[in-house]
Design a protein around this ligand. Structure first.
Ligand SMILES: Cc1ncc(COP(=O)(O)O)c(C=O)c1O
Length: 510
């Protein structure tokens, strides 16, 4: 039975006048979900707020253990008599017969079908999009236009490091939006300076250049490496990167990326980029010549399949760069901001004296904007200073709203100990998944660090995304058969456990 009669829809609130119909299933509990402090309103005198613990009032009598969600056991008669009106957000509640959630409304509505068709007409078809319209998000959840709820264990390719619509980020963005949006980079702004200071606190001493994406950050890094190399005689200008790497989609970054398919059709390649086998130090050492300016490496490869290098590799690369005066660039677009259980993934690697192996330049994207477009090239001062006035730029890079949100993200991660938590949750998850007997025969390897996990299957799965979405979980498949998991770092522990259960079920069903 359809539990709700909707009389409005379209991202707006749905006003329920037919309360009797809504609650006529008196032996059931209603699960009510909503935004902090404003989720559900039932009758004027009796307000049921649904929210996180910091909401003005979480008065739902019983929590389901999911932030923003609670259960009310309400006798129908009382509702019929006393409550004349309920306001809900469509698709944000279900009915719990016997304590089990009923997942409702998975058929695409006419609205969704229309949007997909309109999207196909007006959007460039460069993404393999699912025919699903996502309508809203909160914490680790996303809801489609039909109200189906998905547990988001991929955080929008790692961008949503603190989940959807994090209230503190919303507050920071809103406050900044009413203060100062943007001025030209011919002026200083406090948000940029504070953000760069946070990087100095959590990484190495450095100077930041702000842009909007990982690809741009890598472009800036490679330009800077060339600028540095050009000081030599003969000039050094070539960059070596690795097979299975990914560095972005600009013309130069597809030349740097070690996946030929990404370059196909765009030839001739931008000159000056070459790849050597990932993890093979001798191959790298052989490739260095008098024209080599730098080495570009992801400390843990992301798109390539969550790949780690052999023990000691990163240290040897650093030594090689020192020996030949090469600029070492760590692309931490995927791995930055606590994702791997360290502030930055290169901090996993230490030399014999215990000193972290640092790059000359680190690039950031994805998580550092929390879902807003932020890219950062962060360089040690003697390298950074080569970018004198006029050498590089970006009109909107470091705009005050993005920089404020980015600074707030780093502060929340720091305050809430999310880096250490990512390390712990990741370790526990790997141990649990490795012990799941129901999926053991399907798995070739489970790897990763922190909350950046790759589960390599023995065979490429069929209809992977369809099955995952049908189960209400968002994960990703890369390198044909590696399931990638990268939830928001603040995922609630019980929910993470639920998520691992869903992943196990998903793999068992493949
Ligand atoms: C390691 C790495 N570098 C760079 C990029 C490019 O980032 P963006 O898509 O923000 O340009 C990506 C994107 O996935 C990435 O994984």
């Amino acid at each position: 039975m359809e539990p709700i009669k909707r009389d409005a829809w379209g991202g707006q609130r749905c006003i329920m006048r037919s309360v009797g119909a809504f609650f006529s299933l008196s032996r059931y509990s209603a699960v009510l979900r909503g935004r902090a402090g404003e989720g559900v309103e039932i009758d004027r005198p009796a307000r049921f707020f649904v929210g996180r613990t910091n909401a003005p009032a979480l008065t739902l009598p019983q929590s389901t253990g999911v932030p923003g969600e609670g259960i009310c056991h309400l006798p129908t008669t009382a509702l019929r008599k006393r409550w004349s009106r309920a306001i809900i957000y469509p698709g944000q509640f279900g009915i719990l017969p016997g304590g089990k959630e009923r997942r409702t409304m998975s058929e695409p509505s006419q609205l969704s079908k229309d949007l997909v068709q309109r999207g196909q007409r007006v959007l460039v078809p460069n993404y393999a999009r699912q025919p699903v319209v996502m309508a809203r998000g909160q914490d680790c959840w996303a809801w489609d236009a039909e109200g189906k709820r998905y547990l988001d264990l991929f955080a929008g390719f790692g961008g949503g490091i603190l989940g959807h619509c994090n209230p503190e980020l919303v507050a920071a963005a809103t406050k900044q939006a009413g203060t100062l949006w943007h001025v030209g980079n011919t002026f200083y702004t406090q948000p940029q300076i504070e953000l760069a200071e946070r990087l100095n606190r959590h990484a190495f001493t450095g100077q930041a250049f702000f842009c909007h994406s990982g690809a741009e950050a890598n472009e800036a890094a490679c330009k800077l490496a060339r600028l540095r190399g050009n000081q030599h005689d003969p000039k050094k200008w070539k960059i070596i990167s690795l097979t299975h790497s990914f560095h972005g989609r600009t013309l130069a970054m597809i030349a740097a990326t070690g996946n030929l398919a990404i370059r196909q059709g765009f030839e001739p390649d931008v000159p000056g980029f070459e790849q050597v086998e990932a993890g093979n130090f001798e191959a790298l050492a052989r490739a260095v010549d008098s024209q080599t300016a730098g080495v570009l490496i992801e400390p843990i490869q992301g798109e390539g399949g969550v790949n780690l290098y052999p023990e000691g590799y990163i240290q040897r690369v650093r030594e090689l760069c020192d020996k030949h005066e090469l600029t070492l660039i760590f692309d931490e677009v995927w791995t930055g901001c606590g994702r791997t259980g360290r502030w930055f993934a290169h901090q996993h690697f230490k030399d014999a004296s215990g000193k972290v192996i640092e790059p000359d330049i680190m690039t950031l994207g994805k998580a550092v904007g929390g879902g807003l477009p932020v890219g950062i090239m962060y360089a040690k001062p003697p390298v950074a200073e080569l970018f004198g006035p006029g050498k590089h730029g970006s009109t909107l890079g470091g705009n005050a709203i993005c920089a404020t949100v980015s600074r707030t993200i780093l502060d929340i991660i720091d305050r809430d100990g999310l880096v250490e938590r990512a390390a712990l949750l990741g370790e526990q998850a790997q141990a649990r998944l490795k012990n799941e007997s129901s999926i053991r025969n399907k798995i070739a390897e489970i790897r990763g660090r922190g909350l950046f996990l790759g589960i390599e299957l023995k065979e490429p799965p069929q209809q992977f995304m369809d099955k995952a979405l049908a189960m209400g979980v968002i994960v990703n498949l890369t390198a044909k058969k590696v399931i990638r998991i990268a939830p928001p770092l603040n995922i609630e522990q019980g929910l993470w456990a639920q998520g691992l259960g869903l992943i196990t079920q998903l793999i068992a069903s493949l």
